[in-house]
Design a protein around this ligand. Sequence first.
Ligand code: SF4
Length: 334
Amino acid sequence: MLKPIPLHNQSSWQDSLSDLITDPLELLQLLGIQPEQIDLSMEVLREFPLRVPRSFVNRMQPCDPHDPLLLQVLPRQKELASYSGFIADPLAEQQFNPKPGLLHKYSGRVLLMPTSSCAIHCRYCFRRHFPYAENRPNKKQWLESLEYILADSSINEIILSGGDPLVISDKHLEWLLEHLTAIPHLQRVRIHTRFPVVIPQRINQNFCSLLSRYQLRFIIVLHTNHAQEIDGDVQAACKMLKDVGIDLFNQSVLLKGINDDAQVLVNLSERLFACGVTPYYLHLLDKVKGSGHFDVDITTAKVIMKKLRALLPGYLVPTLVYEQVGEPNKTPIL
Ligand code: SF4
């Protein structure tokens, strides 16, 4: 049972964003963990720094170096090991990048990246080596991307991704939505974000009123990997979104040592559903360089899924998928 919904912490989401923990030693100290207890690496920070909101750290178990939330964000020496097939751009996204900040991989859908920034850095992120510096469109380039969408009437859905699209201000988001809403063939805007989970204060009255102004249908796809990530504030954020008619889904990544266990995934699905979120995809890890230690092989994944199906009603079982370069959709694993 979830606890009663508390009021959001009163500090603003911008305050939380400007007060992220970026020093691994501070993070370990806050949790009462000695650096010798874990294979911490400062070297990997140069390429992919630590970023984690304090409210997310509050959900980690003190004194536990194997905490499933901590392991998602802590830079470790394991990232330096080389694993066969793990490369910088596992999804070959750069070949689907016709305009800065725009990816066109799938029929009917275009992905826009309004920012390269995230509120949290997930060590297994498949975009950890993405050339964001070449994908920071200026206003003129944004207008060109919007022209690209306008010119292709087969596009009916925009996916806002990133980085995390909710890093941008409501004012910037409004500018973008005003332009998108003027494109007649667009029906839906899907927002892929970790904000409602990692800084739930981002979902406030202003944001909800902004989305409810448009005729476009909004879908928010959260990214949560473990039930421990979902506290009362996250539940409150989901409720606000549901109250303004936004459909909520969740996608997770199957991660060794974090959620590669049927009962852990059962708890996640149950907790999500209690918040009005439908478990949607469970991704096999994309083979990005530096993340090989999180990999769960396909045989093990199938065994976990079989147990999951036996433990949950079908509507709470996410679809196990992986992304195969060149395929017109995610590939389900049956
Ligand atoms: S929030 Fe998403 S885009 Fe950002 S680091 Fe995590 S997985 Fe990657």
